[in-house]
Design a protein around this ligand. Structure first.
Ligand code: GLU
Length: 468
C-alpha cells in the first residue's frame, strides 16, 4: 500500500485562524494515524496579498499547536518552473490554449451575458483561435463541453458537477503566474498527495481540478471536504467568536492541546468522549466519523477544556508557562519553586493562564485596594480585635505550615467562640484584597509569616482610618 500523504496548504494572506487550524489538524491526524506524511505547503502565488510575516506566524502557530510537518514548507513561489512544465504538457496535448482577451472586454462580456439572463462564464472566444504565445496571453484550460465530473467525497459522499457549468478557467496569467486550481493540481501530483482534506468552500474547485488531472493523465487523490465552522448563531465566524488567530489564543492563555482537543471534536466524534489525549486522537480519528454539517463554535466548551488541561498540567510545567502572563501585572522573574506552589492552589480554579496570572497576583503584591463589597462586609471595626489577636498568634508560630495554621485557628475558634467562617473572611480580605481565594491556610503558608503579618496590620490600619 502506498503511504498516506496529506498536506496543509495555507495562503499567507492572513494569520492562521481556527478554521485553518481545524483543517491542518485533520490532515495531521490522518497522516499520523496511518504513519503517513504530513506536508506543509505555502500557497504564496498571490504576490500582492501574501506576506512573509504571515508565513512566519503560520509556522509559529502550527509549531505551537504541535502539528509538526514532515515535509516542507514548500513554497509555490519557488516552484514556478514546475508549473510551466505542466503547462507545456497541457498545451501540447491540446488541453489548453492561449487567450488574449483583454480583462476589460471579459468583464463587459460577462455583464452582457448576465443581462441576457445567461451565465457569466468565459464565452470561449479564443478556444479555437490557435493563438501563439504572446506578451499578453493567458493560458486557459479547455474544459470538456459536455459530460459530468464526479467523485466520491470521503466526507460528503457522491458529488457531481455538469461540465457545462464550468468555464475555461485560466491556468496561468499573462505574467506566467499559475492560478490556484492549476498550481494545486501540479503540487498535489508532484508531492504524491493521496488525500486532499480541506474546507468545503473548495467543493466547487474540485471538478475543475479533477478535469486537469484527467487532461494530465494523472490519477487524482481522494478528496474529503470538511464542514465549515460557524458561529453559535450559524453565521460566519466573526471577531467576537472564533475568528481570532491561533496566536491570539496563545496570548489569551489557552493551552495548545485544549485547542487541538476542541478542534478535533468539532465535526468529529468518537462515541460520547469529549476529552482525548493526543495519542487517543491519533488512534481514533477517522474521516468516516466526520459530520457533513457545520460545526458551531462554542467558546464555553473551549474554556471548559482549557480549565481541564490546566488542571492536568504538571506544576513545574505551569510554573514554566505562567511568567509571561505575569509580566503585564508587573511581576517579573518569579522564583520557580514559589510559582509551583502558587500554581498548585490555582490550577483547579483557572480557565486560562491569563486568568491564573490575575488570580496569582496577590501572592506577589500586597493588596493596594480591597474589593469594595468585601471590605464593607468583612473589614469592619468589630473585626479589629480579632485581626490583632490573629496577628499576635501568627507572630508566635514557629512555622507557618498549613497544619500549624489549622491548629492555631482551631484553638482560636474554641477560645473565642467565633466560627471559622467568621474568623477566616477578614483575614482572607486582608491577605488577598478579595473575598474569594484558595484555602486560607494554603495561601497564608505560601505567603509566609512576614507578608501575612504586614497585610493583616495594614488591614487594621485601613479599618481604623475609615471615617465613622
Ligand atoms: N490555499 C488554499 C486555502 O488557503 C487551500 C487550498 C487547498 O487546500 O486545496 O484555502
Amino acid at each position: 500500500m502506498t503511504p498516506i500523504r496529506t498536506r496543509f496548504s495555507p495562503s499567507p494572506t492572513g494569520s492562521l485562524h481556527l478554521g485553518g487550524a481545524h483543517t491542518a489538524l485533520f490532515n495531521w491526524l490522518i497522516a499520523r494515524r496511518h504513519q503517513g506524511v504530513f506536508i506543509l505547503r505555502i500557497e504564496d502565488t498571490d504576490r500582492e496579498r501574501s506576506q512573509e510575516r504571515f508565513v512566519e506566524e503560520i509556522l509559529d502557530a502550527l509549531t505551537w499547536l504541535g502539528l509538526q510537518w514532515d515535509e516542507g514548507p514548500h513554497r509555490q513561489s519557488e516552484r514556478l518552473h514546475i508549473y510551466h512544465e505542466y503547462l507545456d504538457q497541457l498545451l501540447k496535448r491540446g488541453a489548453a490554449y492561449y487567450c488574449d482577451c483583454p480583462p476589460g472586454d471579459l468583464e463587459a462580456r460577462r455583464q452582457e451575458a448576465l443581462a441576457r439572463g445567461g451565465k457569466p462564464k468565459y464565452d470561449g472566444r479564443c478556444r479555437e483561435r490557435g493563438l501563439p504565445r504572446g506578451p499578453d496571453t493567458a493560458v486557459r484550460f479547455k474544459t470538456p463541453p459536455a459530460g459530468v465530473t464526479f467523485w466520491h467525497d470521503l466526507i460528503k459522499g457522491h458529488i457531481a458537477f455538469d461540465n457545462r457549468e464550468l468555464d475555461d478557467l485560466v491556468l496561468a496569467r499573462a505574467d506566467g503566474i499559475p492560478t490556484y486550481n492549476f498550481a494545486v493540481v501540479v503540487d498535489d501530483i508532484t508531492m504524491a498527495v493521496t488525500h486532499v482534506i480541506r474546507g468545503d468552500d473548495h467543493v466547487p474547485n474540485t471538478p475543475r481540478q479533477l478535469l486537469i488531472y484527467q487532461a494530465l493523465e494523472a490519477p487524482p487523490p481522494l478528496f474529503a471536504h470538511m464542514p465549515l465552522m460557524l458561529g453559535k448563531d450559524r453565521a460566519k465566524l466573526s471577531k467576537r467568536h472564533g475568528a481570532l488567530s491561533i496566536l491570539t489564543y496563545r496570548e489569551m492563555g489557552f493551552l495548545p492541546h485544549a485547542l487541538n482537543n476542541y478542534l478535533a471534536r468539532l465535526g468529529w466524534s468518537h462515541g460520547d468522549q469529549e476529552i482525548f489525549t493526543r495519542e487517543e486522537l491519533i488512534q481514533y480519528f477517522s474521516l468516516e466519523q466526520v459530520t457533513k454539517s457545520a460545526g458551531l463554535f462554542d467558546e464555553e466548551k473551549l474554556l471548559w477544556l482549557n480549565s481541564h488541561y490546566i488542571k492536568e498540567t504538571p506544576l513545574p510545567e505551569l510554573a514554566r508557562l505562567l511568567p509571561p502572563f505575569l509580566v503585564p501585572l508587573g511581576i517579573e522573574k518569579p522564583a520557580p519553586p514559589y510559582l509551583e506552589r502558587v500554581a498548585g492552589t490555582l490550577n483547579i480554579r483557572s480557565k486560562t493562564l491569563v486568568d491564573m496570572a490575575e488570580k496569582a497576583r496577590f501572592y506577589f503584591q500586597d493588596p493596594e485596594v480591597y474589593e469594595e463589597k468585601a471590605a464593607k462586609k468583612f473589614l469592619t471595626p468589630e473585626t479589629v480585635p480579632l485581626l490583632e489577636e490573629i496577628a499576635r498568634r501568627l507572630e508566635a508560630l514557629p512555622e507557618t505550615t498549613e497544619a500549624a495554621l489549622n491548629l492555631m485557628f482551631k484553638e482560636l475558634e474554641a477560645q473565642t467562640g467565633f466560627k471559622m467562617g467568621k474568623l477566616a473572611q477578614p483575614v482572607r480580605v486582608a491577605l488577598t484584597g478579595a473575598s474569594e481565594s484558595p484555602g486560607l491556610f494554603e495561601i497564608t503558608s505560601i505567603l509566609g509569616k512576614q507578608a501575612a503579618l504586614r497585610r493583616i496590620r495594614r488591614a487594621v490600619k485601613f479599618i481604623r482610618e475609615i471615617p465613622s
